[in-house]
Design a protein around this ligand. Structure first.
Ligand code: HEM
Ligand code: 2DC
Length: 469
């Protein structure tokens, strides 16, 4: 007998009381730990209502498969109201991140061809390769300047710059110059705005932004200011390319970047292009940089693994005679390391869909229209899903054991991360260059946990030491 929806365990009856408890537990920062605890209390499925949003939460890969089979033709995530409210407030168009329905699909299909299809990888690699080389040169210079043949630092700011330089070079076909000593203060401002934008979003997941706006709350004002900074900088970059394109008519000799390709293709309106390019630029900074920071942290904690990866990279370099596109096909363990980082330190604490048909999970009936969340952070640490989950083992992604609905760091299906190819390639190239040039070390016994600021971030600075090989 299938059990009814109303019998799913959990605390879903009193949203306001739950919000109060959540607030007392400092839940805004601990969402990932609270989800983990809820799975421990209630089992592999629970219902929850915090503030104004209600969901069913699941943790098993087999249940994730059922969820994604019911996502329909226009998959829809939890609506981040802070982001849509800002755009409504400023009269700006939604990009692919926030669109839904047919409008989303038609934009996404066109963007896919320019951003995530395998055929564009060849265009991206030389651009990203150049940024990777410049990053390494910059670190060598920093090491020389210390006079100690090593550099001990919190790399996050450097990684933000690396990520922004990488994504911009792909989007605009041009360098911003962030690997230089003196950088454009506008670019630094853009980076700061993204951090503030994420941080101010999380309380607004539970308290409606419309309300916060009415009472003139600081969190709403800061949020608006952050998005204003993001849009102003993106507008400047976009306008620049647009003007150049009008000046030099005819087809360019070299790959001109995603934006110019979209403009020349002439299939999306300029307003739609601007909206999605802005989202890609903003989505391409904290995500990859934090994932790289966590990866370096894990490599510092596992020196033997670090040597193993170095050996793989050296062999790949020899085999492909320096051809980077070819080299990327010979580094399975490096790719496994990135998957392993996203398992333990996912950017997104959960994946969510509004299901379009009734489904049965854990023998409970769930009606169409329900918001179902897969606890990605919790799944990554579940011993039933990943044996010895606390161990960082990139090789688990090589073995023949099942990976069925287990590698979901970038989401799933047609609504998965649009920046996935850019992110993966940028991160692989980064690790190749770092492994070829430096040994990464850290102080022993320093453990770093995650904190939730819409995306999961290290709760305190990660201090690493880089030594030339
Ligand atoms: C969506 C993760 C980097 C742009 C997403 C989603 C996840 C994700 C989990 C939701 C997918 C779903 O609902 O199935 C990540 C991770 C990254 C990363 C782990 C890096 C380690 C990037 C980069 C960009 C980007 C570099 C831009 C260049 C986007 C966009 C969407 C998205 C535009 C919305 C797509 C849509 O709604 O159609 N990402 N992301 N992301 N990401 Fe990423
Ligand atoms: C946050 O409960 C926790 O990739 C919420 O590059 C549910 C939720 C909904 C949407 C998720 C968000 C979480 C985390 C950050 C994600 C976002 C969708 C896209 C976004 C996963 C899990 C991200 C970081 C994008 C952001 C691009 C943007 C700022 C322009």
């Amino acid at each position: 007998m299938v059990r009814p929806f109303s019998e799913i365990p959990g605390l879903w009856k009193n949203g306001a009381a739950n919000l109060y408890n959540f607030w007392k537990l400092d839940g805004f920062k601990n969402l990932h730990r609270i989800m983990l605890q809820n799975f421990n209390t209630f089992g592999p499925i629970y219902r929850e209502k915090v503030g104004y949003y209600e969901s069913v939460n699941i943790i098993n890969p087999e249940d994730a498969a059922i969820l994604f089979k019911a996502e329909g033709n226009y998959p829809k995530r939890l609506k981040v109201e802070a982001w849509t409210s800002y755009r409504d407030y400023r009269n700006r168009k939604y990009g692919v991140l926030l669109k839904n329905g047919e409008d989303w699909r038609s934009n996404r299909v066109i963007l896919n061809k320019e951003v995530i299809s395998p055929k564009v990888l060849g265009n991206f690699v030389p651009l990203l390769e150049e940024v990777g080389q410049d990053f390494v040169a910059r670190v060598h210079k920093k090491i020389t300047r210390t006079g100690q043949n090593k550099w001990t630092t919190d790399l996050s700011q450097e990684l933000f710059k690396y990520a922004l330089e990488s994504v911009s070079s792909v989007l605009y076909g041009e360098r911003l110059g962030l690997m230089l000593d003196y950088i454009d203060p506008e670019a630094q401002h853009f980076i700061n705005c993204i951090t503030v934008m994420f941080k101010t979003t999380s309380p607004m997941l539970y308290i409606p932004p419309a309300l916060l706006r009415k009472v003139g709350a600081k969190v709403w004002r800061d949020h608006v200011e952050a998005w204003d900074g993001i849009f102003n900088q993106a507008d400047r970059c976009i306008h620049n390319i647009y003007r150049q394109l009008r000046l030099e008519a005819g087809t360019p000799k070299k790959y001109p970047g995603v934006l110019a390709s979209l403009l020349m293709l002439d299939k999306l309106s300029i307003e739609d292009i601007k909206a999605s390019i802005t989202e890609l630029m903003a989505g391409g900074v904290d995500t990859t940089s934090i994932t790289l920071l966590w990866t370096l942290y894990e490599l510092a904690r596992h020196p033997n693994l670090q040597e193993e990866l170095r050996a793989e990279v050296a062999a790949a370099r020899a085999e492909s005679q320096g051809d980077m596109l070819e080299m990327l096909k010979h580094i399975p363990l490096v790719k496994g390391a990135l998957k392993e980082t996203l398992r333990l330190h996912p950017v997104a604490v959960s994946l969510q869909r509004y299901i379009t048909e009734d489904i049965i999970i854990q023998n409970y009936h769930i009606p169409a229209g329900t918001l179902v969340q897969l606890g990605l952070y919790a799944m990554g640490r579940d011993p039933k899903v990943f044996p010895r989950p606390e161990q960082y083992q990139p090789s688990r992604w090589l073995r023949t054991e099942t990976h069925y609905f287990r590698s979901l760091g970038f989401g799933f299906g047609p609504r998965q991360c649009l920046g996935r190819r850019i992110a993966e390639t940028e991160m692989q190239i980064f690790l190749i260059h770092m492994l070829e040039n430096f040994r990464v070390e850290k102080e022993r016994h320093v453990e770093v946990q995650s904190t939730f600021e819409l995306i999961l971030l290290p709760e305190k600075p990660i201090i690493l030491t880089l030594k030339p090989l």
